[in-house]
Design a protein around this ligand. Structure first.
Ligand SMILES: *Cc1c(COP(=O)(O)O)cnc(C)c1O
Length: 430
């Protein structure tokens, strides 16, 4: 496979961008390779700068629910762009977006921002303002964006890098961030006992997807709902990945549990930089200009970004069966990968919830951060390289999800499974 153009782009990038990238995982460091520079995406396929074509399971880290460059989204954006790129004033598209997003998710009120990180920052500030408490409980291995207060035992890039925290975060900023164990409600109860009347919120990824996909055990989310309510704290679902992916109403609908506040990102922007947070009306009335919790954004609700998100959410609204289709495709993939691992004699465990899955190089399913980090990341790196050589673009880290989209055909899935058989056979004796 020719990679000369990507190699020369990476050399140029390395001189002017930290590590040659604008977000760390893209640098391929944890798989020991150089990244491919992508020039176009269509349906389930990505094309790199050397003309190599891949079946893609990163899906721009989740947003591309209907595949890359869907004509309905692209054409809506092209029409909006003709009217100007932004006004810094209310536009009708924001109203359409907020009406549709609240109807699909069942939340009362929503505020648009520009990223998942911002959405989480806003939700936590509102929770603190509403409860007049300062502490926040998060779970080891859950990622909630790169704000200072959330960079405590965060997953994803940090997990991959083996760095538990980030330099540059003053200890005072994380002093109010308490860490519990995923799938262990007792660890949450214990934190409430140790910190009476001090915890504003429990924030959780309802399906953990930033330490690889780790499903919530039966009863875990309900226990969080009950514990937080009993102690006067808010429950925040970080649905930046699960929102609009597990169901139109995200994990709240999928598991039948209502959070007090919810954060969105990724899919809600249809590929553009959009995040959002929202929830109960009485809580969201804390937000400026109605209430005392300040939060603002020069480009928030940008018309082009709203158009892309709105076009994609409208497709969901018209085509609710999309979830059955992508879940079926993901199940076919998960079963195929598990069979491929068995036939290669590789110790791989596939975790899946809906269209999110991870093939862990672990003999038993991961249930929390401590079990996930035991994965054989050296084997994952070899598997990743073998798959890339065979035209399959996976997340360049063991601790990320595969995102199946409506553009993945059965032929794509079967080609992926066949590639996995070969790639795993090549590393089973390593
Ligand atoms: C990606 C992600 C974020 C951060 O979103 P950005 O848009 O990258 O800032 C927050 N929470 C979860 C669960 C995520 O997966």
């Amino acid at each position: 496979m020719n990679t000369a153009t990507s190699k020369s782009l990476f050399a140029r990038a390395g001189r002017v961008l930290p590590g040659g990238v604008n977000s760390p995982v893209r640098a391929f460091r944890s798989v020991g390779l150089d990244p491919r520079f992508i020039v176009s995406g269509n349906g389930s396929r990505l094309t790199d700068a050397d003309g190599n074509v891949f079946i893609d399971y990163v899906s721009s880290w989740g947003p591309m629910l209907f595949g890359h460059n869907h004509p309905a989204v692209r054409e809506a954006v092209e029409r909006t762009v003709r009217d100007g790129l932004g006004f810094g004033a209310p536009s009708p598209l924001e109203v359409d977006m907020a009406e549709l997003a609240t109807r699909l998710t069942g939340i009362d009120v929503i505020r648009m921002v520009n990223s998942g990180t911002e959405a989480v920052m806003g939700a936590i500030r509102v929770a603190r303002g509403f409860t007049k408490r300062n502490k926040v409980v998060k779970f080891a291995g859950c990622y909630h964006g790169h704000s200072d207060m959330m960079l405590v035992k965060a997953g994803s890039g940090l997990l991959t890098g083996g760095v538990p925290d980030s330099a540059g975060v003053p200890p005072g900023v994380t002093a109010d961030t308490l860490t519990a164990r995923y799938n262990d409600a007792d660890s949450v109860e214990a934190l409430f006992k140790e910190n009476p009347d001090a915890i504003a919120a429990v924030i959780v990824e309802p399906v953990a997807a930033n330490m690889g996909v780790v499903p919530p055990k039966d009863g875990f989310l309900q226990a969080l709902r009950d514990i937080s309510q009993r102690h006067g704290a808010l429950l925040i679902f970080d649905e930046v990945i699960t929102g609009f992916r597990l169901a139109p109403g995200g994990a709240q609908e999928y598991f039948g549990i209502r959070a007090d506040l919810v954060t969105y990102g990724k899919i809600i922007g249809g590929g553009m930089p959009v995040g959002a947070y929202g929830g109960r009306r009485d809580i969201m009335e804390m937000v400026a200009p109605l209430g005392p919790v300040y939060q603002a954004g020069t480009l928030s609700g940008n018309p082009v970004a709203m158009t892309a998100g709105l076009a994609q959410l409208s497709m969901i609204d018209r085509d609710r069966d999309v979830y059955a289709r992508i879940d079926r495709a993901a199940a076919r993939l998960a079963d195929g990968l598990a069979a491929a691992a068995r036939s290669a004699g590789a110790a791989v465990t596939v975790s899946r919830v809906g269209s999110l899955l991870t093939a862990f190089f672990l003999p038993a399913p991961a249930v929390d951060y401590e079990s996930a980090v035991n994965s054989d990341t050296t084997a994952y790196a070899a598997y990743f390289a073998g798959m890339l050589d065979r035209g399959i673009y996976l997340a360049p880290s063991q601790f990320e999800a595969m995102f199946v989209s409506a553009a993945h055909s059965d032929e794509d899935i079967d080609a992926t499974v066949n590639a996995a058989k070969e790639a795993l056979a090549g590393i089973s004796h390593a």
